[in-house]
Design a protein. Structure first.
Length: 275
């Protein structure tokens, strides 16, 4: 105990930063650097998430309710036009409005779904890189502490070898003190960042679940639009009574069967034939 106090006595005259460097050696510099990067990344993530994280607001819940009740009579663009500055930074609002507008105008629902999935992934991409940085710091800090421990013990045994095995405790205390300090510093850095990484990942999973739930609520109603438009398109293709030959009476039965088995690809073929 007296040897450790003697080794740490000169550190009192140094500043806080120099004290840490003197206690842990060069490994402590790296630990301080990655800890500073982690703190900056965390504050950036919190600030960015406050304004640009997808969030389900009351207006968006009302919009989804209107869409489920009457998809053809819903005006999603009005929500975007009346949104404030804070609302325009919500990626979920743009995702919903774009998906609903595309479902109303584009009969190819599979293409609309693919576009919505791509936009949802794009909305979450800005949060993936900061999360990965924090996870790397949480995994790297204990390894750096272990490296400092090994280097400190090497220094201690080097001093013992130089003294031909007659080294006293004061000669060994410097290396052992450095070894213990870097180990503790690595754990101090790793533990809070590991907790932050787990919390951020939990939040991102909840956001991802919310986006999936909202998109499912939107696209479960979208097929009704196709069913509504399908008979109208077929009625436009049916010939008039004056142009129908008198001996072709089975033809209406085939047309009724076509209505029952109508798909989006059939609509496209009929449109090309009519053109």
């Amino acid at each position: 105990m007296e040897a450790i106090s003697t080794a740490s006595a000169p550190l009192v005259d140094l500043g806080p930063f120099n004290q840490l460097v003197a206690m842990g050696g060069p490994v402590m510099l790296v630990l301080i650097a990655i800890a500073a990067i982690g703190v900056i990344t965390f504050f950036y993530l919190m600030l960015f998430g406050t304004f640009y994280a997808p969030r389900m607001t009351r207006k968006l819940r009302d919009l989804v309710g209107q869409w489920q009740a009457n998809p053809s009579g819903t005006n999603p663009e009005a929500i975007r036009a009346n949104a404030g500055l804070f609302g325009r930074t919500n990626p979920l609002m743009h995702l919903l409005v774009n998906s609903m507008s595309a479902s109303q105008s584009n009969p190819n629902q599979s293409a609309v779904r693919e576009t919505a999935v791509r936009d949802a992934q794009t909305a979450l991409e800005p949060f993936e890189a900061p999360l990965k940085i924090i996870e790397v710091i949480a995994a790297l800090a204990p390894l750096l502490g272990l490296l400092g421990t090994v280097m400190g013990m090497m220094e201690a045994f080097s001093a013992m070898a130089a003294a031909d095995g007659r080294a006293n405790a004061s000669q060994l205390s410097g290396g052992i003190y450095e070894a213990l300090t870097t180990t503790a510093a690595g754990l101090v850095v790793a533990i809070p960042f590991a907790a932050l990484a787990a919390w951020i990942e939990f939040r991102l999973r909840r956001i991802h679940k919310t986006i999936n739930s909202v998109l499912v609520s939107v696209f479960n109603v979208a097929p009704a639009l196709e069913q509504t438009e399908a008979p109208q398109a077929l009625d436009a293709e049916q010939p008039t009574e004056h142009s129908e030959p008198a001996h072709s009476s089975p033809q209406p039965e085939r047309q009724r069967d076509t209505v029952r088995t109508y798909t989006v690809s059939d609509k496209q073929r009929l449109a090309h034939a009519a053109g």
